[in-house]
Every structure is written in structure tokens, then in C-alpha cells.
Design a protein around this ligand. Structure first.
Ligand code: FEO
Length: 172
């Protein structure tokens, strides 16, 4: 049996990963409809990664004798102001996910659940990577400003970054 407090915290995190996946899917769809092919591919890949984060946690809870709760999620926004605001929202969102993962680590330590603590370290490392990536993309966007030629090249760059990533592309 899992520690009930740890189990509840993991189920809350499962919901957050599901919400992240839907959020980035909304960004992918918006980018696709606005001619931002690179951003769209990047976000379609990112939505899959978040789904993977969710699945990994669902399996862990069930394998450890807990009961994973497959969550309902809120409707994400239909549209976004511009490219920069999309990545600002992404970074802000990842910061809230990091805070939530840190809280999970804290609960594991309080409850002396070292197995789950060890499992959650994978997410700690993943958050570090995702935040760094979001920050480096935002730095580029700040340099470009509103110059449309620059934004075009940025979008094309993002397509290449996504293509270099080995994770499977979703079928869209
Ligand atoms: Fe699953 Fe982007 O954190």
C-alpha cells in the first residue's frame, strides 16, 4: 500500500501533467492556425512529452499498490496574443509545475517514502531542463522583438530543434 498522503500528492501531480499536455496542445493548434509551423511542431512534441510524464506517474502509482486517478482537465485557452506571450506562458506554467514537484519531494521526505522520493528525482531533473529550454527560447525572442523576418527565422529554427529531438512525433 502507498502512503495515502503521498498517493494523493501523486494524483494531484498526474492532473497537473494532464493539464500541461492540454495546455501545450492548445498552443500547438493555435500556432498551426497562425502559420507558425516550427512552433506548432515544437508544441505537438511537448504535449506528447507531458502525456508521457502523466503516464509514467500513473503506472508508478498503480505498480506501488496505489490507485491512479485519471483526471478531467479544464478547457485551455483558444487563442494567444503572440509568439512571445506563448513562451512566457509556457515558462510561467513550468515554474508552477516545478513548485508542485518540489512540494511532492517535500511530502515524500516528511512521510519517509524514499522510494517515491527516488522516483520523483526524474521529474526534478526534467523540470530543470524544461525551464532552461523555455528561458533560452525566450531570450531569443526578446532579441528578435517584433521584427517579422526574425520571427520567421526563429520559427524555422524551432522546427530544426524539434526535428533533432528523438522523441516520436505525434500523428497529426
Ligand atoms: Fe511535466 Fe513540463 O512538466
Amino acid at each position: 500500500m502507498m502512503n495515502p498522503r503521498v498517493e494523493a500528492a501523486l494524483n494531484e501531480q498526474i492532473k497537473k501533467e494532464a493539464s500541461s499536455s492540454q495546455y501545450y496542445l492548445a498552443m500547438a493548434s493555435w500556432a498551426e492556425n497562425n502559420g507558425l509551423n516550427g512552433t506548432s511542431k515544437f508544441m505537438y512534441l511537448h504535449t506528447d512529452e507531458e502525456r508521457f510524464h502523466m503516464l509514467k506517474m500513473i503506472k508508478f502509482v498503480n505498480e506501488r499498490g496505489g490507485t491512479a486517478i485519471v483526471p478531467s482537465v479544464d478547457q485551455p485557452p483558444l487563442s494567444f496574443d503572440n509568439l512571445r506571450s506563448v513562451f512566457e506562458l509556457l515558462l510561467a506554467h513550468e515554474l508552477t509545475v516545478t513548485a508542485s514537484i518540489n512540494n511532492l519531494v517535500d511530502i515524500c521526505l516528511q512521510e519517509k517514502d524514499y522510494t517515491t522520493h527516488n522516483f520523483v528525482q526524474w521529474y526534478v531533473a526534467e523540470q530543470l531542463e524544461e525551464e532552461a529550454l523555455a528561458r533560452s527560447i525566450l531570450d531569443k525572442l526578446k532579441l528578435i522583438g517584433n521584427e517579422s523576418g526574425g520571427l520567421y527565422l526563429f520559427d524555422r529554427d524551432l522546427e530544426q530543434i524539434t526535428a533533432q529531438n528523438n522523441a516520436p512525433q505525434p500523428k497529426v
